[in-house]
Design a protein around this ligand. Structure first.
Ligand code: CTP
Ligand code: CA
Length: 227
């Protein structure tokens, strides 16, 4: 065995990964977003490619280098991400939703820059965005669906209920309160949850190593399905 050659256990598998935040415009100069860096999703895309997968990366606006994969689609809003994902869903064997999707968007995007009023507070009306992962779960054929849950409290309880509600095969639960985990860190510490109630903790490591750990589980699920 050539030790420099990574494990080729994902050869020929179509894997779609979403990464980064989404951005919802308020007016031509302002927007709503979150602290997602895209690092975890990009690490997954890079490692999946190394292991032989055919990788589609659908990415919100990120400030880090985009990994070389088979297809890269840049999007801004949740609506754009929804369409980019849905139009490619049927061909996929695996979808990993690492993106931090904005739950709401401004109800109306102002065409002109909104001017400050002389007095008083201002209110911004928000409309709920579609839940991309829920849509994927609802229309799942044979795909393996992997979600992320970044939580600040009740990690297992919240992540488990999301896994069930969205019909996932694997949930990556991220405790944002732990040092060295979550947004902007180069490291992460996650717990993997399965619909059958099993779970597994991965130790604190570089996001690329964590990505490999998650892909190990996915490779196993793919093998199990074929058997
Ligand atoms: N997700 C999605 N579309 C949305 C919101 C979330 O596809 N509109 C996906 C995320 O990519 C992630 C998973 O759902 O894989 C969980 O996201 P999270 O924000 O933790 O859960 P929500 O269901 O949005 O619940 P809440 O924010 O209220 O905790
Ligand atoms: Ca959310």
């Amino acid at each position: 065995i050539n030790v420099l050659m990574p494990n080729q256990d994902l050869v020929g598998q179509h894997i779609l990964i979403t990464a980064g935040p989404t951005r919802e415009e308020i007016d031509p100069v302002r927007y709503i977003t979150n602290y997602s860096s895209g690092k975890m999703g990009y690490a997954l895309a890079e490692m999946a490619k190394k292991r032989g997968a055919l990788v589609t990366l659908i990415t919100g606006p990120c400030q880090i280098p985009i990994p070389k994969v088979d297809e890269v689609v840049s999007v801004l809003s949740t609506e754009e991400m929804l369409h980019a994902v849905m139009s490619r869903y049927e061909q996929q064997d695996v979808v990993i939703k690492a993106a931090a999707v904005s739950d709401y968007r401004p109800t109306d995007r102002a065409v002109q820059k909104i001017k400050k009023q002389k007095e008083g507070s201002m209110e911004l009306s928000l409309t709920k965005n579609p839940d991309i992962l829920w849509e994927l779960g609802k229309t799942k054929n044979d795909q393996i669906l992997v979600g992320f849950a970044a939580e600040t409290e009740n990690l297992i309880e919240n992540a488990t209920s999301k896994m069930n509600r969205k019909n996932l095969d694997l949930m990556v639960a991220n405790d944002l309160m732990q040092p060295g985990a979550g947004f902007h860190c180069d490291t992460n510490q996650v717990m993997l949850l399965y619909p059958n109630g099993q779970s597994k903790s991965l130790k604190l490591e570089e996001k690329k190593k964590i990505a490999d750990g998650i892909l190990d589980e996915i490779a196993y699920l793919l093998k199990e399905k074929k058997a």
